[in-house]
Write a protein that binds this ligand. Structure first.
Ligand code: C2E
Ligand code: CA
Ligand code: CA
Length: 296
């Protein structure tokens, strides 16, 4: 019976009108998924997650403006699993609300501590899943994370992807409005990958647009891309939005984007996402008088 279920699951995943006979490869895939599900549930109860922090810099690419918090699953034997390999499963299993809440609270706590050490100009960005946004208790959870950490609301940015914001536009506008009323900042992530237009986005209460990495990487190779970029940045500025470019890997990309008026940069050119202690060291070296070309 279990084998028939597994075959049915595969057929469903393959689409309508498809049938599958059970085979050994399927069994091993199903067993792997079951093991992954069990491990992930355990990871949530045992808090096997860590946040790494990737710096963001100002338009000159010299002074730190903040970090993006990125979750990793640290397995008991030390293996580090990246979010693209478990976030979707966490959403399917109903674990993402707790996981996301942990990430939010931890990021606020860490940045709150850095503020108390004097780095008061820095902000932290946290990614939100579509499922978290659907939860009516989200604004309250954010307010609690801010209160408990002592982080000022304007030092927290929440990132949602454009497809998430498009799923239920009216509900998104209301929920995002309630969140922004707390004083936090909102960013649209991965901009350029979806189908939303800036005309629609202007109805959302946003502060930043994050240009997607794939978009940034094609920049130098494709002159059409550059024209689209220039228009997008101009429009975003006219709508009062700051523009962040992510996935900046080369000085060429940085120079190009700076000329087009990009406000902030994030990418391997400056730093990868690193554990909190290493991020703090990097931030201190790129803040105020310590920056390569002070003052910030
Ligand atoms: P994202 O929000 O678009 O985050 C940026 C991703 O690009 C990160 O991957 C980062 O390490 C990577 N990246 C940054 N700069 C560069 C670069 O110059 N070159 C290249 N090749 N990659 C760069 P990461 O950490 O694996 O995260 C992947 C995705 O997982 C994130 O994409 C985000 O959608 C999701 N994610 C991460 N943390 C969380 C979280 O706490 N909650 C939720 N719901 N999603 C998260
Ligand atoms: Ca992000
Ligand atoms: Ca992104």
């Amino acid at each position: 019976m279990q084998s028939a279920d597994i075959a049915m699951y595969h057929a469903k995943n393959a689409g309508k009108g498809v049938y599958h006979f059970f085979d050994a490869a399927m069994m091993s895939a199903a067993a792997q998924r079951q093991a992954m599900e069990r491990d992930l549930r355990e990871a949530v109860t045992q808090q096997q997650f860590v946040l790494h922090y990737q710096p963001q810099l100002d338009a000159k690419g010299q002074c730190a403006t903040g970090v993006e918090a990125l979750i990793r699953w640290q397995k008991p034997h030390g293996e580090l699993v990246f979010p693209n390999d478990f976030i979707t499963l966490a959403e399917e299993l109903g674990l993402i609300d707790d996981m996301g809440d942990w990430a939010l609270r931890t990021a606020c706590h860490t940045m709150g501590g850095w503020h108390r050490q004097g780095l008061t100009d820095l902000s932290v960005a946290v990614n939100l899943s579509a499922i978290q946004l659907r939860n009516a208790r989200l604004p309250q959870r954010i307010a609690l994370a801010l209160r408990d950490s002592g982080l000022p609301p304007q030092a927290l940015t929440l990132e949602i992807t454009e497809s998430v914001a498009m799923q239920d536009p009216q509900a998104s506008i209301e929920r995002l409005g309630a969140i922004r009323a707390l004083g936090v900042r909102l960013a649209i992530d991965d901009f350029g990958t979806g189908y939303s237009s800036l005309a629609y986005l202007k109805r959302l209460p946003l502060d930043y647009l994050k240009l997607d990495r794939a978009f940034v990487q094609d920049l130098e190779a494709d002159s059409n891309h550059a024209a689209i970029f220039a228009a997008t940045i101009g429009l975003a500025h006219n709508l009062g939005l700051g523009v962040v470019a992510e996935g900046v890997e080369t000085p060429g990309q940085q120079g190009y984007l700076a000329n087009l008026g990009c406000d902030r940069f994030q990418g391997y050119l400056f730093s990868r996402a690193v554990p909190a202690a290493a991020a703090l060291e990097w931030l201190v070296a790129h803040t105020a008088n310590n920056a390569p070309a002070a003052p910030c």
